[in-house]
Structure formats: C-alpha cells, structure tokens
Design a protein around this ligand. Sequence first.
Ligand code: HEM
Length: 536
Amino acid sequence: MKDNKPTNEKLNQLEDHMTSNQDEKLTTNQGLKINNNQDSLKAGDRGPTLLEDFILREKITHFDHERIPERVVHARGSGAHGVFKLTKSLAEYTRAGFLSEVGKETPVFVRFSTVAGNRGSTDLARDVRGFAVKFYTDEGNYDLVANNIPVFFIQDAIKFPDLVHAVKPEPHNEIPQAQSAHDTFWDFISLMPESTHMIMWLMSDRSIPRSYRMMEGFGVHSFKLINDEGKAHFVKFHFKPKLGVHSVAWDEAQRISGVDPDFHKRDLWESIENGVFPEWDFGVQLIPEEDEFKYDFDLLDPTKLVPEEEVPVQLVGTLTLNKNPENFFAETEQIAFHPGHIVPGIDFTNDPLLQGRLFSYTDTQLIRLGGPNFHEIPINKSVNVVHNNQRDGFMRQQIPKGKVSYEPNSIGGGCPYQAMMKEGGFVSQEARVSGTKVRERSESFVDHYSQAKLFYNSQSAPEKMHLQNALIFELSKVTIPAIRERMVSQLAFVDKDLASKVAAKVGVDVKELDFPNQSIPADADPSALQSEEREP
Ligand code: HEM
C-alpha cells in the first residue's frame, strides 16, 4: 500500500486554515469558553427563554444559515486532491510552465459530478459526468472544466438555459425526468438536430460509468496553446484512465442505485483511503493554426471531435488523486471552477459555446458563494499570492496595506501592471477580427449527423444493443406521440436500422415516416423540423 499522506504546496497552504476540535474546550464564535450549550437561558425552571441568550442565538443562527445554493448544474459531486506530473515537455507549443518542464509536479483538486440531478440524487443516473480539474500552478490557477464525453449537446451558449430547463425536473411538479415522463427533454432534443452526436454518446454505455476512476475526461472545446514566439496550435485535452474505460449495464445501474446511490462517491473515497490512487494519462491533440480549415467539420464546433486516427493523442503527463478532502463542504462544495481561469501559454478559441461559458461561471458563483471574494476561500486560493487593486466586498479576507489602490499613481504602492508585462504576464493572442455583426449560425456548423454515424458504427454489437435499448427505454416514457415520431426521424439520419428497431418498440409506425436516404449527408435544415406542428 502507498503512503496515504501526500503533501504539496496547495495542501500546505490549506493546512494553515485547518482546525481540530479534538479535546478542545467549547467556545462561542467569539472565542468565549462556555459551560453549557445544551440548555437555553430561561426565566425560571420552566421558561420562558430569554432573548438575552446569546449562546442559543448564535448556535441557532449559524445553523439556520448552513445551506448555500447547490450548483445550478453539476450539483452532485465528489472531489479529491492530487498531483499532475509532466512526462513530456510541450515547451515547443506553449509557454505554460506546468506543461514545459518534464518532471514538474503541480497540485490539483478534481471534482467529478453528474449534471442533471440535485445534490442528493443517485450516482448511477444515465447522465454526462463532469471531470473538473483545478491545477494550482505557480503562474495562477488553471481550470480544465471537462466532461467524460468529448462533445456537447448544443453549439451556442445561448441555448444552455433551454437545454438545462428541458432536462431538469419539470417546473410544475418538480418530478425528475428519470422517474416519470421524459417529455420535455426529448421534445427539446427532437427539435435540436445538433444534439444528435451527443445523444449517441449519452445513450451509450459511456453515460453510466462503473467508477469515476474508469472514465475519460475531455476538454470538449478546441483551445489554443501559444508558444514563446506567439505561434498557436489548436489543442484538444484528454484524460485517459489507467484502469481503462468501464461502464455498468442499465439494469445493474438501477439495482445499484436502489442499494447504494453513493456508489461512485464511496468508490472514489475508499480507493484513496486504501492507497489505491486513481490515475489518468493526460494527453493532447495538436493542430497547427494554419490547418484550421483542413477538416470536414469546424474546429470551433463543440458537437464535433477530432478523430484520434487523424490526430493522435500525445500523452504528456499523469494525473494522480492521492488525498481525500478533510471537509466536503469547505473543499468539494466551495471549489469554484471556471474555463476562463487560464495561464500564459493557453488561450481560448471563438467556439460560441466556450465564449458563453466564459461569462457563466463567475456569474453563478457570485451568488452561489456569496459575493466577489470567493477566490479567497482556501480551496480557491492560488498558491502564488494575489496582488491587485480590487477592494472590499462581502467577506474580504486579505488585508492589503497602504493607501493606494489605483493605477497609475505617483505616490507609490498599488500594483503597477507595466512591470508585470515586462515580466511576461498573460497576453491574449493577437488575432485579426473582421466581419458583419450577425445573430446566425456559421454554415460550417451544419452537418449534425456524420460524426453521430461514426460513433454509432464504432460500437460493437452488444454496445449497439445497449444503445438501442436505452433509446427504447427513454422514448417509451415519452407521453406525446409526435415527440417520439420526431425523434425516430432524427435517428434515421444516423442509422435506418436503429430508427426502425426503436420505432417498433415505442409505437411509431415507420411507414408513416418519410425516412431520409442515408447516402445523403444528413445536413437537413433544422428549421424545417422546428416548424413542424407541435403537440398542444
Ligand atoms: C458547472 C454553465 C457547458 C462542464 C457549471 C455551472 C454552470 C455551468 C453555471 C455551475 C458552476 C458552479 O456553480 O460553480 C455552463 C454553460 C455551458 C456549459 C453556460 C454552455 C454554454 C459545459 C461544457 C462542459 C461543462 C461544454 C464540459 C466541457 C462543467 C463541469 C461543471 C460545470 C464539469 C462542474 C464543475 C464543478 O465540479 O464544480 N456549468 N456549462 N459545462 N460545467 Fe458547465
């Protein structure tokens, strides 16, 4: 068994915030030792209770305020500390220190999650899994806020609230989709051809992992790596589990859910407690910037992956999780990931889903974590000290000294950013931008089926059967026939046999449907589908 007491710079920093109540005398929050917190202060043996009782008031008040909002998505999760070790330098492609120096170790905190369920939901739901990694680099926090599926449902962030409203419990009765009707989710999906590729993954065994330790992680979007000369490469990020990718079958998932809804949480916790540390290879697919238009899909389209046969994944590091949190709330619940937390040498692309995400995370965390200073919560603090002229706000912890908090200034103090630039601070990649302001989708995003077909055809016979059965199970719960029909029509663009098999089991008469000719690339006009008559 390995030593279960790892240490790193981040863990040392957290240590400063830790307390132990073991054998300590009880105090109030003001540090006052008290003789009794089990009986309230009363006027006479039988009351009434006195308003004066500050011990009662403090204990109850704090309890009354224990809950914070759960995440609007990815509410249920489990996290762990660990380390990222670079095994192959990417210095040729990026200035990022943690990706340049072979052997360099960077502390990380990783949070795995389901997406749709609330904090108390089962681990075994058929769902996408979050795989969010915070690298505490010495150049600042870098967050790779990834999922276990390499593509996404939608191409534009403006649809995200619709997607989530369709998948979450219905607003009138708050009954989760998984247990009752599936109308809203499949209504939305059947009207959203761009989600077809993602739906193939979601209906496959990939969406019911055997363990968090046995699933892949994907950055989904194309990002950019920028080297010292300012040269850029598109990059797709990958985590590949050393244990391989494993799933459970749907009937197993349902049984496990009944017996142990915390199956994945427990598995992760126990494996780390037992010194069986989960490990992943970290890899990149690199594409020179000048090859941007070499592919028959758009690198900016998050519903597409870059086939590994065309651009192999280069393994460059190892991610190991080796320590459970000391406190679930303080660490796993309060951690705030953000795809916009980047370091020099990494940059964004114009993927319209990514661009919207860059707004969403801080915005939601401002309310979830109670104001603008949540970066000072111990789990969120970078290991390098933060210096800037921001001031005040709820729950400010840092005590900046001096009278100047602005720049430029001639008095001295503050944080002169000029010095930073000379020292090689973050600079956005220079890029020429021109075009007409439009609220439209790029033509290059229009093929919604080729990669869905590729994925379906890549499945073995038993995997195909699982996928078919998943669709049959799901669509048989849809109470509105027109939604089932529309969904079967969508499936026909992927595979006619799949569509027929599903249709036969969910009461859709295929003769009534005008199945598309599969030899035609299925870039059907989505607006045609959306204008179909909808059920009342
Ligand atoms: C969590 C928004 C797409 C991965 C969240 C949260 C929001 C959000 C608001 C909750 C954050 C918090 O409370 O701390 C969005 C929007 C998206 C989008 C607007 C699209 C426009 C994606 C995609 C991925 C992803 C494509 C994967 C590549 C995650 C993960 C978490 C998360 C892993 C959980 C982080 C954690 O463990 O705390 N997202 N998301 N999201 N999102 Fe997204």
